[in-house]
Ligand binder design. Sequence first.
Ligand code: BES
Ligand code: ZN
Ligand code: ZN
Length: 493
Amino acid sequence: MFKTLPVFQSENKHNVLIIGIFEEAPLHPEVEKVNNELHKQISKLKKMKKAKLGERTILYTMDNMNSETVYVVGLGKKEDSTTETIREAIASASQQLKRDKIKKVAFLVESFVSESVDKNDAAVLIGEALALGTYTVLDYKEKTNEVDVNIEEVVLYGEEAGLKEAAQVGFTYGQGANRARKLVNTPGNLMTPTDLAEEAVALAEKHGFEYEILEREEMEKLGMGALLAVAAGSDQPPKMIVLKFSGNSSSDEIIGLVGKGLTFDSGGISIKPRENMHQMKMDMGGAAAVLGAMDIIGTVKPNVNVLAVIPSSENLLNGSALKPGDVITSLSGKTIEVRNTDAEGRLILADGITYAKQLGATSIIDVATLTGAVIIALGDCTTGAVTNNEELLEEVLEASVETGEWIWRLPNYAPYKKMLKTSDVADLNNAPGRQAGSITAGLFIGEFAEETPWVHLDIAGTAWQSKTSNLGPLGGTGAMARTLAQVVINKEG
Ligand code: BES
Ligand code: ZN
Ligand code: ZN
């Protein structure tokens, strides 16, 4: 799909040529060429303040050039430009490609370059943002929107080796995030634990991963009391989903990626308010991020060992449902008093983490739409982190800077841990109260990681966007799919 050509020539034919323009800064010489062909229209756009970040204008070339149209996309101020702003701008232009059902597109790579974004970075961002910006949420209307964009050719104008390959890597990352988005956006009745397991198996077959799907009987034998307790209230059978990518047979290190796969969270007996309950189909956003990351990892194939573990269940309420006050025994042997059945994510993750350790994970990153409190603390643009290991956290933060997915660390001081030990009848209390809700939730999971280096990522805010943005439509964002993959790929020796 991606091709490179060293210099732009107006004789070349594309459906669309995409160029970026910065506010204030002079036009890049390559852009100036196009500007001249188009009777200085691009200079006029700049004067009309059309260079604001993400703003896009379609210019019709009227036989002045062989490209049918030129999309001019605003990049904001050059000195404020970062990989995030360039990603956003290109994704915004890509949304227009989707609308116009474009097949052949070209980019002037140089026009996106600034101090913080070199040509190679720009090519990666073009690939990634092209995937992110053209993503469509499938609808189920009588006349469905299923017909998807089908971009056949992307020409990158730029004189530098490796641009095509860079764009392809970016595209792989964007597609991984899109896979996660699709899983999150699928309604709960069509994305049950069984469906999620099927998606995981399909992914394993695509990339040749080893896999294992545990059924209820096996969970009973192993003693996965926490996952089983949450699943008790639903007619849908729970699944423990495991994928394994063995990229380095000479290393004993295995990175465990554990994702919360709650395919619908009603709250259980501690039922949620009715208003926004429909959004709780997104409570498998952690599982989606892990599968999205595994898709990227399966394509890039770094020499690293990765274990993906996804405990999956619904949280509903029938006559057998888990009740407040129940005491359950987790796979680790630790007992838990369930004060609130809506704090179910940490229960299924407890068994997910223990199982990952039993399968040999030497470090663990868990991802979960875990608490409403993280949305109060950080809003919907930043993921909250809790850890027991500075080095692993540093690796995660570094990767997140590369992917442009913001993460902020929450404290893990001893008094927060003490709040978990407030049950008279069990080792742990699953809902110690409103104070520091995201921290205690994270640290609850940490009780099961024990000494294993561990980072927890709470994506309750970031997994879903409630309005369309430059990066894509309302709904699932695919948060952390790219970052998890980056953490793994950065480990490549
Ligand atoms: N799935 C929710 C968290 C959530 C809230 C995700 C909003 C996405 C958007 C989780 O299972 C939950 O209900 N957590 C409770 C914990 C409380 C009962 C201790 C919460 O945040 O209120
Ligand atoms: Zn809940
Ligand atoms: Zn939940």
